[in-house]
Design a protein around this ligand. Structure first.
Ligand SMILES: O=C(O)C1=C[C@@H](OP(=O)(O)O)[C@@H](O)[C@H](O)C1
Ligand SMILES: C=C(OP(=O)(O)O)C(=O)O
Length: 435
């Protein structure tokens, strides 16, 4: 489909089972690939990014079966990955490329990691430099800053690294390299990004010492480690956020997203929506495997502007495009700061969010590390032609805007939503027609 045309919705109602979390789905396959047995993963995200991870792991000689959202991974142990006969295609997925680069840095095989045009334009020095400091032999275009990356697996040293940016991909790449290291690896600095890697590796029997200041990983001393980890993947809060904002900005709405991951490193969007005055109810809070989950209901709300900055940023980085739509419909100004990481995503999301919101009648000023949005004082966007630039989060953010915009909204390249949210467009129709 080259474009989709949408109109405002009369109402939004229903229970939306958002797909499994993308970060946890990637990790469940990658970590279990080097475990000492087989694992069953349910509610796996079948988005294109996680399917890229499965394809790469299979190319490394690991049996992975997939039947809809149920995946079985037959782990080969830390010594068992096979050298692939071709390059590994990570598609659009930064998580796939960066986590695999870290894991493969310490394996006795040669691999080349590449991806689509967007992924090949994203910075990789952030993983290449720290991995090299641990002894990794890794190179790529632009002195190692751009994929394709060539990884000549070698002995990895223990040591320490100070993370300058709060990136879970960098943190995880280093921890995965450390699994094959000759001694403990300590990470300091910005370790406050999503912590699924730490939770899952701990659940797989590895020894991690975690304090607010540092993480130390001890390489496994027994071949039975890591143990396989079967799990049900909780719902993805980054996907649920589209429905939370849709319900908050629409004047006749109530949407519930059950079973969403409520890991505190992921709940920044809920905190911001609450600060903006959104009516949010969280029920049925429980633990699923290593993660807290709960059911989130959001109702029509009157929103006011807020500040999104500092430590909040890593807790909602992927939700900024949809939070910008909420800000455009609020009363007063919203300022996003400290979010220069947005420029290193599938698109430069400071530039592309500002462009799209302006086309829809929003008042947005991009800044070097974020944006200023002067709200329209209510759901007063107007339909327009908007670009998704093949960025899944933009395609879905503009679809939510269309639900309250006047006239018709045409979104180019809507299929990119399937990178993280297969079924998004069907659900968009469903919530408008639920009784
Ligand atoms: O580790 C992960 O699963 C992810 C980390 C984040 O990226 P950074 O590590 O670049 O912040 C996020 O944007 C991405 O969607 C998923
Ligand atoms: C940035 C994202 O993913 P990745 O870095 O894995 O491509 C995203 O899903 O918004």
């Amino acid at each position: 489909m080259s474009s989709v045309t949408l109109f405002a919705a009369a109402q939004l109602r229903g229970i939306v089972d958002v797909p499994g979390d993308k970060s946890i789905s990637h990790r469940a396959v990658i970590f279990n690939a080097v475990a000492s047995g087989s694992a069953r993963i349910t509610n796996f995200l079948t988005g294109a990014d996680c399917l890229s991870t499965i394809a790469c792991i299979r190319a490394l000689g690991v049996d992975v079966t997939q039947d809809e959202d149920e995946v079985h991974v037959y782990g080969v142990g830390l010594q068992g990955l096979r050298e692939p006969s071709d390059v590994l295609d990570c598609g659009n997925s930064g998580t796939t490329l960066r986590l695999l680069a870290g894991l493969l840095a310490g394996m006795p095989i040669f691999t080349v990691l590449t991806g689509d045009a967007s992924l090949r334009s994203r910075p990789q020095r952030r993983i290449v430099e720290p991995l090299r400091s641990l002894g990794a032999q890794i190179d790529g275009r632009q002195a190692g800053d751009r994929a394709p990356l060539a990884v000549r697996g070698t002995a990895i040293r223990g040591g320490s690294y100070h993370l300058p940016v709060a990136s879970a991909q960098v943190k995880s790449a280093l921890l995965l390299a450390g699994l094959g290291g000759s001694g403990p690896l300590t990470l300091t600095g910005r370790i406050d990004s999503r912590d699924h890697t730490e939770r899952m590796l701990t659940a797989m029997g590895l020894e991690l010492e975690i304090t607010p200041e540092q993480i130390t990983l001890h390489p496994p001393t027994h071949p039975v480690l890591p143990y396989p980890l079967s799990l049900r993947v909780p719902g993805d809060p980054s996907s649920a956020a589209f429905w939370w904002v849709a319900a908050a900005i629409h004047p006749n709405a109530e949407l519930t997203t059950p079973g969403v991951c409520l890991n505190p490193t992921r709940t920044g969007a809920l905190d911001v929506l609450r600060a903006m005055g959104a009516q949010i109810e969280i029920t049925n809070q429980r633990s699923e495997g290593s993660e807290p989950v709960g059911d989130v209901t959001v109702r029509s709300s009157v929103l006011r502007g807020t500040e999104i900055a500092g430590d909040l940023i890593p807790r909602l980085i992927d939700e900024i495009p949809i939070l910008a739509v909420a800000a455009a419909c609020a009363e007063g100004e919203t300022v996003v700061r400290d979010a220069q990481e947005l420029r290193a995503k599938e698109t430069d999301r400071i530039a592309t969010v500002a462009e799209g919101l302006r086309a829809l009648g929003g008042h947005v000023e991009p800044t070097s590390d974020g944006m200023k949005i002067v709200g329209l004082g209510g759901p007063a966007l107007r339909g327009a032609q908007v670009q998704s630039h093949h960025d899944h989060r933009l395609a879905m953010a503009w679809a939510v805007a269309a639900l309250i915009a006047t006239g018709e909204t045409t979104i180019a390249d809507p299929d990119s939503a399937a990178v993280s949210y297969p079924g998004f467009w069907e659900t968009l129709t469903m919530v408008q027609h639920a009784p």
